[in-house]
Design a protein around this ligand. Structure first.
Ligand code: AMP
Ligand code: MG
Length: 336
């Protein structure tokens, strides 16, 4: 199999919106949710469908962004602890993320925004905060105190601030697929900043072939065939900073300590029909580390996963065995 034929998970450098149409295929690249997204659609009406996907994801971003000042999340994050009206999508995500936070014993915690900001991950002005500051900020990170009421009303306590960065792109993928299905599109591959979401198969009926990114750089370490699924990866290599003494701090946080996660994993890839479930779990299982991720999977078994460890090993769940293949011999693969 040729490496260059994979739809490799890449961060593209262009910020331009462009589209092209050849035969029945439409490719549209755009910027949303602080990343580059590409949709690849097949079938009649694909150009219009692609435009509607861009619109849908743009609307979601306007609702759930922590940085756009008028989003529902930003309104909720204002000081004051007031009740705030949200919309259907924001409310659904808050409810879902709260439940997933409980299911993962706090590994997924959407109330860490003040901590993440203090470390500089929202501005790029990185620093290691004092322990006192971290302790003070951790007092307001109990996500179980996100109060959800009828009519999409939400209330959080004074000092608490939310960030849906760990779940938003997965949900965007689900919404995009819903838009496409409603428009009669049967075949599409979406790359939402490295999160892959497939609708159906390729137009010739064969499965999509995608790559799982090499956390140490370069292209893929493994290839995977997928159909109608999301493939979502969390890894420290995506965003981090290094201090002068050579220590690396990554963008995924342990809500119990207020520090960036430091464990035996380089990346966690989750495969599920639901982009939202996959996105929530990729972050949460990354926080848990190898043993935690493995036991969570053993208990639930309603998703597939690929763990890449710091020891340069790839582990995958048994149901992937007939559709995953190695690309890089120096990184051996093992079935969980
Ligand atoms: P992802 O790339 O899906 O793993 O999401 C990572 C983003 O989610 C980070 O950039 C933060 O904005 C936020 N985040 C970091 N740690 C956590 C956590 N433990 N739970 C929920 N969100 C987090
Ligand atoms: Mg995630």
């Amino acid at each position: 199999m040729q490496k260059n034929s994979f739809f490799v998970i890449l961060v593209l450098s262009s910020l331009l919106i462009f589209s092209c149409k050849s035969d029945e295929k439409t490719v549209l690249q755009f910027e949303a949710m602080n990343t580059i997204m590409t949709v690849q659609l097949y079938g009649p009406n694909a150009q219009n469908a692609a435009t509607q996907v861009v619109q849908k994801i743009g609307d979601l971003e306007k609702s759930i962004s922590s940085t756009l000042p008028d989003s529902y999340i930003s309104l909720l994050n204002r000081p004051g602890g007031q009740f705030s009206k949200t919309d259907e999508h924001t409310f659904y995500l808050l409810d879902y993320a709260k439940k997933m936070g409980i299911a993962t014993d706090g590994a997924l915690n959407i109330a860490l925004y003040p901590v993440i900001k203090e470390w500089g991950f929202t501005t790029g002005d990185y620093k290691v905060p004092s322990q006192d500051k971290i302790d003070e900020l951790l007092l307001h990170t109990d996500f179980t105190k996100i109060n959800l009421f009828e009519g999409n009303q939400v209330q959080i306590e004074e000092g608490m601030q939310l960030d849906l960065g760990a779940v938003g792109k997965g949900y965007a993928g689900d919404l995009a697929v819903e838009v496409l299905k409603n428009l009669g599109i049967k075949s599409a591959l979406l790359d939402l900043g490295g999160n892959i979401q497939a609708l159906g198969t390729k137009s010739d009926g064969s499965p999509w072939k995608i790559g799982v990114k090499n956390p140490w750089g370069g292209e893929a370490v493994a290839g995977l065939y997928i159909n109608n699924e999301a493939v979502i990866t969390s890894g420290g290599y995506e965003r981090f900073f290094d201090t002068l003494d050579g220590k690396r701090y990554i963008h995924i946080f342990d809500g119990k300590t207020g520090y960036p996660v430091e464990n035996d994993l380089e990346s966690v890839t989750i495969i599920s029909e639901s982009g939202l479930y996959a996105d929530s779990l990729s972050t949460a299982l990354f926080v848990m580390g190898f043993e935690g991720a493995k036991s969570f999977w053993e208990k639930h078994q309603d998703f597939q996963m690929i763990l890449i460890t710091k020891e340069h090993k790839i582990f995958y769940t048994p149901l992937l065995s007939d559709r995953i293949f190695s690309v890089d011999d120096s990184i051996p693969m093992f079935m969980l």
